[in-house]
Design a protein around this ligand. Sequence first.
Ligand code: NAI
Length: 343
Amino acid sequence: MKVAFFSAKPYEEAVFKDAAENGLDTANTQDPISFSYFPHQLTAETALLCQGYDAVCVFVNDELNAKTLAILHEAGVKHIALRCAGFNNVDIATAQELNISVSRVPAYSPETVAEHTLALILTLNRKTHKAYNRVKEGNFELSGLLGFTLHNKTVGVIGTGRIGQAVIRILKGFGCNVLCYDPYPNEQATQDRASYVSLETLFTDSQIVTLHCPLSEQSYHLINASSLALMPKGAMLINTSRGGLIDDKAVIDGLKRGHLGYVGLDVYERESELFFSDHSQDIIQDDIFQRLLTFPNVLVTGHQGFFTQEALREIAAITLDNLRFFAGDTSLNVNNNMVKHIN
Ligand code: NAI
């Protein structure tokens, strides 16, 4: 089976090659998997490279819209293996019409993203990024580094799936009160001593709000002028989920008015034009992104929540299982990795 691997980075290639060397790509299938690694994003333009491939392996910012899917279908591609959890970048209805199946990696070390969420909270709060630079320059002045104690603070967790639950467990370890909201409440969250409340109460009562729900029509711009107005003055907003959950202009307005106290982002709505590449020599044209970076109380990381050795190895192993399943190894129990309505 031939797989075109898009948005390939050297660190991923190394992990996938290592998994392949350990035989993970051939077990129980007659048809070994061979990857071609393309550094380009998959778009309607680059989809033309897929002639003769059985499947594509893609990441968060590859564009699998109706136009790209039509070209993939024409080229003979029958499967899309996402090497991430979210699938908001795939037009699922069109994929279904074209009989292209879609798999993803729904759960790889949720603690990985949860720990990055805490890294953002703690860095923003205790300003370790600023302290690091000061101390390097021999400046041991503490003014401007004042933080707050996390213990006893109320944190609102939106989305109590795998990552949300891992965040709750860590926050409880810090002695926080945890409020949570999810249209499908999960017993595990209550066992972990978080309390389900309405979205409105969560916004009103939380000093920190952290997002762990997928991007969908319902959750698009969940953080907007109205929800921000409910949050207490000086509150912290954290997003390690998907950029489209936040209306950036409303966030900038909240920051300018001093209403929002801290913002930590690992994702950004138009990140596909920026993230995962070196733009240090470019003039960045996205004025909203650039404005966000000017605030002293905003911390942005470039979608690295998933980026640990353990998570990369798990992603590779599960993606290979999904591809082997597609190649005919039905002994694998990966049905839950197939995106709803497909296959
Ligand atoms: P999950 O599927 O286990 O949990 C998502 C939860 O969100 C579910 O309980 C669902 O009921 C809930 N939900 C759905 N719509 C909602 C809404 N409108 N409001 C509140 N809750 C809602 O997903 P998991 O593994 O916890 O991942 C969460 C998100 O994290 C993913 O969708 C993905 O966008 C993001 N992610 C980010 C990564 C990063 O590197 N920064 C890496 C992996 C995932």
